[in-house]
Design a protein around this ligand. Structure first.
Ligand code: SF4
Length: 95
């Protein structure tokens, strides 16, 4: 139960989607891999998960640095945040 293992990060409004995560019956360590192979294994589980979107957005909103969340690695989330920030800056300067 990976999400259960992450319960210290829980937020009341997040309970609903977390309970439906495919990782609930998996060891938490699987979602905190130490190499690229481990990342791919975790991402394969996330790919079939019905709550992939809220999970990824939760990790992005809370700037969670470690682990695979919503099918994204730490590096991918950093990339998403950077591109969103650049898009927001471009939108602001275009006004
Ligand atoms: S997307 Fe992945 S990490 Fe998130 S709840 Fe689903 S299986 Fe767990």
């Amino acid at each position: 139960m990976a999400i259960g293992g992450r319960s210290h990060m829980r937020h009341e409004t997040d309970e609903n989607w977390m309970a439906r995560g495919r990782c609930n019956d998996q060891p938490p360590s699987l979602f905190f891999p130490s190499d690229g192979v481990g990342v791919e294994i975790a991402k394969r589980i996330c790919a079939e998960c019905p709550v992939k979107e809220p999970c990824r957005e939760y990790a992005l909103a809370n700037r969670i640095d470690h682990g695979v969340w919503g099918g994204t690695s730490e590096r991918e989330r950093r990339r998403i945040l950077r591109s969103r920030r650049l898009a927001a800056e471009a939108a602001t300067s275009a006004r």
